[in-house]
Design a protein. Structure first.
Length: 319
């Protein structure tokens, strides 16, 4: 069997599969999910993961051959150490892969959720390419780069942090310390924030968006902005178009450096499908002629919510 773990800011997900079955199908036989136990420190989460693993594997006689682990935030994939997982307390320099390997008696590997989403999309998305850049656009923006069929990690596993490309000089401050990062302009959270700011600046506009949000700006989400744009709200349409524009600026920078065969957009915001892909493609065409856009596909992810978990299982297979 192989075991996959995905540690998120709010939930834990584990999956198992027979090694040969997974290598053929990319499907996990069983998946379990539960909320992160409070207070979310390694001292409570790791024992809980071990208990969940043992339950999922089902007692004696099961041979566990490998473990793959997904977590967000800076890590060292070579040593299997979580450097800093900012969404939960106390996750600083945790040798997570080594700990899991010792407790469960099988080799363990660790990588970040966006890299593993990229790995899963590359291996199981049916794209048949060697070079892919994957962006996951949800509350934040992450990315993974596949070159020649392999994940590109760079020094300190820091490659592919596409959410921190600068797309707006002097823009809002990002937790990373920079200003105007792609994540601060085009994530779901940032799209909602830009919509709130626009409503505040133009009290006479955005009537449909205001109504959809029940006159509570705190209820605005990127999905609501898109819906209001569909219903003819001009302010919401401009905000959504801005999201596409910032993503196009980020993707354009990526294409100028890597010229991958495909850029795959995943995550909650990308579930808008063509409503996001079309304006991103259109704006990319406006941005320059050095990009061989006729030969670079911009597509939506084919794997759903469990892509990081499937990527973790793919990592356990040995890539
Ligand atoms: Zn940043």
């Amino acid at each position: 069997m192989i075991l996959a773990m995905d540690i998120g800011g709010t939930k834990l997900a584990l999956g198992v599969a027979g090694r040969d079955d997974f290598a053929k199908t990319g499907r996990l036989a069983r998946i379990i999910k539960e909320p992160v136990p409070p207070p979310g420190t390694p001292e409570v989460v790791i024992p809980r993961l071990l208990t969940m693993s043992r339950e999922l594997l089902g007692g004696d006689g099961v041979r566990l051959s490998a473990i793959g682990i997904s977590i967000g935030g800076p890590l060292d994939h070579v040593s299997g150490t979580v450097v800093n997982f900012p969404h939960l307390p106390g996750w600083i320099n945790v040798p997570l892969a080594g700990r899991m390997a010792a407790e469960l008696g099988a080799p363990a590997a660790l990588d970040n959720d966006a890299n593993l989403g990229a790995l899963a999309e590359h291996r199981w998305g049916g794209w048949e390419v060697h070079d892919m850049v994957y962006l996951t656009i949800s509350t934040g923006i992450g990315g993974g780069i596949i070159v020649g069929g392999k994940l590109l990690h760079g020094i300190g596993s820091a490659a592919g942090e596409v959410g921190h490309i600068t797309v707006q000089t002097g823009g809002p401050r990002c937790p990373c310390g920079n200003r105007g990062c792609l994540e601060m302009m085009a994530s779901g959270t940032s799209t909602a924030r830009r919509a709130r700011e626009a409503l505040e600046a133009s009290p006479g506009d955005g009537a449909i968006l205001r109504r959809l949000a029940g006159d509570d700006p705190g209820m605005i989400t990127s999905a609501l902005v898109l819906r209001a744009a569909h219903e003819g709200d001009r302010l919401a349409a401009e905000i959504w178009e801005g999201t596409a524009e910032y993503i196009a600026i980020g993707v354009g920078s990526i294409i100028h450096i890597l010229a991958p065969q495909i850029v795959v957009l995943g995550g909650g915001v990308a579930q808008a499908g063509e409503y996001l892909l079309e304006p991103v493609r259109r704006r990319l065409r406006d941005h320059g002629t050095y990009m061989p856009l006729g030969r670079i596909r911009i597509e939506g992810a084919r794997l759903g919510h469990d892509s990081a978990l499937i990527g973790a299982a793919t990592l356990a297979l040995g890539n």
